[in-house]
Design a binder for this molecule. Structure first.
Ligand code: IMP
Ligand code: MG
Length: 188
């Protein structure tokens, strides 16, 4: 694997595609185990655009036949509240009373995830869980400390990674690099 250059930045190889497949297979097994015990089949809520490749890979391994909805949000850190998100698109289905599994490419500060959970609670979803391909626990706990609000960590995590900026398999830099089949890290 070679470095890739996008706009002004260079990224070096971090997780090759075969390892991503392994990570997704393992997290799918945990998802299957959880939903085999639930009374209803969940709706998969794909967060656009980053979670698209991860979602498609995960779907290959699911032992149930979920409905699929999508949502596009942007997160921002308000001056007083944490967990503020702006809905740009969707959700494309009424989620009241449903089990919902949110699919994310990465949980960084957790602001997006916390905002999504709040939104789905307000919509009356029955059971909300989060499945993320990657998780930066240090950033998440830093944010938790900063805000003083206890946040729920993602229930299903593919792989924990350190605090660096990464790219590929859904993750972008300035909306580019999402279609790369491997994951790269900023080469500083
Ligand atoms: P959070 O709200 O800080 O947890 O992050 C939410 C969003 O930021 C993710 O869904 C990603 O779209 C984006 N993001 C976070 N970390 C990275 C990264 O390392 N590379 C690319 N996008 C990222
Ligand atoms: Mg995203």
């Amino acid at each position: 694997m070679k470095n890739v250059k996008i706009l002004d930045k260079s990224f070096k190889p971090m997780i090759p595609h075969h390892e991503i497949e392994q990570i997704v297979t393992e997290v799918a097994a945990k998802v299957n185990a959880y939903y085999s015990q639930r009374p209803q089949t969940p709706v998969l809520l794909v967060t656009l655009n980053g979670a698209l490749p991860f979602s498609a890979e995960l779907m290959k391994h699911l032992e149930f036949d979920p409905m699929i909805a999508s949502i596009k949000v942007s997160s921002y850190e308000g001056t007083q509240t944490t967990g503020s998100i702006k809905t740009l698109l969707g959700p494309t289905m009424d989620l009241k009373g449903r089990d919902v599994l949110i699919l994310e490419d990465i949980v960084d500060t957790g602001i997006t995830m916390t905002g999504l959970r709040k939104l789905l609670d307000e919509m009356g979803a029955e059971d909300v869980k989060m499945c993320t391909m990657l998780f930066k626990p240090d950033k998440f706990h830093e944010q938790e400390k900063k805000s003083g609000i206890e946040m729920t960590a993602p229930e299903f995590v593919g792989k924990e990674i350190p605090n660096s900026f990464i790219l590929g398999f859904g993750l972008d830099y300035e909306e580019l690099g999402r279609c790369l089949q491997d994951i790269y890290v900023l080469d500083e």
